[in-house]
Structures are given as C-alpha cells and as structure tokens.
Design a protein around this ligand. Structure first.
Ligand code: ADP
Length: 337
C-alpha cells in the first residue's frame, strides 16, 4: 500500500488532513518475481560459464595430459621406439611434443652407445683375460718348484681372473638382452626331468645336500632349456653361498592354477626387507663385504630376472632375516591342470 498525505485547505481554511492510498501489491509481486527470475538467470549463466570454462581448460590441457601419459610409459627398453604422439593439439603443445621427441631420440642414441661400449669392452677384455687365467692355472699346475707364498699368490690371481671373466660374461649377456639380441630357443620342457638334471649337477659342484621335492604330476612349460638351467643353477648357487654348509637347500616343483612354480629354498642368512626389491638390480649387493667373500659379481639375479621375463615368466623372493630365503620362478603351464 502506498500512501501520500497532506493538509486539506479550502478557501484559506484548514479543514483537516487528506490521505490518498493506492494498492500496489500486484506491482510489488511482479517486481519480486522479476528479481527472482533475474537471480536464477544470473546463477544459471554463472554455472554455464563455469562449465564452459572447465570444459575448455580440460580440452586445452588434454594434449599435455597425453604427453605426460606417453612420457610415463617410456622405459629404457623402448627408448628407441618411443615417440610422443598427439591427435590434435595447439601449436605450442605440438612444439613441446616435437622437442620431447628430439630429446628422446638423443637419449636413445646415447643409451645405445653406452650399451655398445659395455658390450665391446666386455668382449675385448674377456679374451686376453681368459688367456691370462689359462697361463696362471697351467703355471700353478706345473710349478712343482714354486714356494708356498708364490703358489698362494698365483691361486689368488687365478681366482680373481676367473671372477672377472664371469663378470665380463654376465655384462655381455645383459648388454645382449638390453639390445634385444638375446634369442630364446623355446620348446616344450618337461620340468621334472630338467630339475633332476639340474639338482644332480648342483650336488656335484657344490658338494651340498640339495633336496628335490616335486608333487606327483608331470609339469611342462614352454622355455629355453639351457637358459632355464642357467637360471636355476644361479639360484641354487646363491642358496648354497648364502647359507651354512651343513644346512640343506630344497628345490620344489609345484603348480598353482595356470602357473608352474619352481622354488629354491634355503635356511641361510636371509635378506632384509628393504633390500628385497633391490637385489634384482645390477651390481646391487646386500652386504658388500659378505658378497665379496662369496665371490659373486652382483649380476646373477639381474640375469635371472632378464632370462625368466624373456621366457614369459617372473621371479619373486620371500625372505626373512636369519631364517632363510625362497626364490620362486613362475612360468605359464603348458597344459591345463
Ligand atoms: P652375487 O653375485 O653377489 O651373489 P646376485 O645378483 O646373485 O649377486 O645377488 C645379489 C645379492 O642378493 C647378493 O649379493 C646377496 O646379498 C643377495 N642374495 C642373493 N641370493 C641370496 C640368498 N639365497 N640368501 C641371501 N642373500 C641372497
């Protein structure tokens, strides 16, 4: 209700007060509804603009996300083939992708050169060192007139030469695997027979009690027979090296679902938990002084991992400090259970 008032004067005489009133309820309602509509329209507009901006930003950042995804998936193994591919992107982002591609190909080249260098050096050093080791050993064998200190010195030289030849051999093997030049002669392998043979060989050279425990079934996998022997001998050798001479080493053959597993178990010194994920790295050793005394190269487990993965399997470790370790090789079974 709107009211206006004033004094009512007629012919100079004040008669009283005059009040005029008008009903403005409908105008007020209209105004309120207009303000309400304007508010809703403003909120809707803000929401729409926000969604549009979010979509635009998302679309603009999509190529950057793609680059980050590509970069995250690149490993040393596929550095040579890795390229950042973008479907459609603003020119600045395409420029970034091109720069990344150039950087990747430079990285790949220097990685290849480094691999080639390791391979060449290993190859060049192995031959003369083998000759040196041969001469030292034949001098030791034929040296009837050698004094005891001379004999000891030659024996140390022969041992170190053998260790270095093994190290060069391992480096060559890994360099071949890195450059994809390692070939697997895959065939169906009867694991029961292979394990009997490997355990027999290990018993002979280690002079240790090695127990073979296999369930009744016969287990077949597709693998490279010689490479698999190399893997198992390596694991048994470690189990022998890192456990007491009077404790047995057990080799188990079993099946779990579609996988056949070969476990090499020892009750030796075990591996601390933080080291368990790192022992498959090249040259990683848990305890340098202990490892040096055992004469290893620190490359054995990385070769095991490379070979097993090359045959489509995987290798795992379960270990408790002071209780022992179990290294398990998992391979896809050839036949249904
Ligand atoms: P190495 O030639 O030194 O044995 P490996 O690559 O075979 O090199 O093993 C890496 C390290 O893992 C070893 O130095 C050792 O510390 C640890 N390791 C491997 N196998 C065992 C095991 N069965 N028990 C305890 N430690 C082990």
């Amino acid at each position: 209700m709107a009211i206006c008032s004033g004094t009512l004067v007629v012919q100079g005489r004040k008669l009283g007060h005059l009040y005029v009133a008008q009903d403005i309820t409908s105008d007020r309602l209209k105004l309120n509804s207009m303000v309400g509509s304007l508010l809703i329209a403003t909120i809707l507009a803000i929401a729409l603009i926000t969604v549009a901006i979010a979509l635009y930003v998302r679309r603009s950042l999509e190529p950057v996300r793609q680059i980050s995804q590509h970069a995250g998936a690149i490993s040393a193994a596929d550095l040579g083939k890795a390229r950042v591919q973008l479907d459609c992107a603003p020119s600045e982002v395409r420029e970034l992708a091109r720069t990344l591609d150039i950087m990747l190909s430079r990285l790949s080249e220097s990685w290849e050169q480094q691999r080639q260098f390791v391979s060449n050096v290993s190859h060049e050093l192995r031959t003369p060192l083998t000759i040196v080791a041969g001469y030292v050993q034949s001098t030791l064998r034929r040296g009837a007139n050698l004094t005891e200190p001379q004999r000891e010195a030659l024996a140390t030289a022969a041992g170190e030469a053998d260790r270095t030849i093994q190290l060069l051999q391992d480096l060559l093997e890994l360099a071949r695997a890195d450059s994809g030049h390692i070939h697997f002669q895959l065939e169906v392998v009867m694991l029961n027979d292979l394990l009997s043979e490997v355990v027999g060989m290990a018993r002979q050279y280690s002079n240790r009690q090695i127990i073979l425990s296999a369930d009744k079934g016969s287990h077949e996998v597709v693998a490279d027979c010689n490479r698999l022997k190399q893997v198992l001998l390596n694991l048994i050798d470690n189990a022998v090296k890192y456990s007491d001479p009077d404790k047995p080493v057990t080799v188990k053959l079993d099946r779990q679902g579609s996988q056949v597993l070969i476990a090499v178990c020892d009750t030796g010194c075990g591996i601390p938990l933080p080291d368990q994920t790192r022992i498959f790295e090249r040259f990683y050793r848990v305890d340098e002084t202990r490892a040096r005394a055992t004469g290893g190269t620190g490359l054995g487990l990385s070769i095991v991992k490379t070979l097993v993965e090359g045959m489509g399997g995987r290798v795992t470790v379960l270990s408790k400090l002071g209780k022992g370790s179990t290294f398990t090789v998992w391979l896809p079974a050839q036949s249904a259970p």
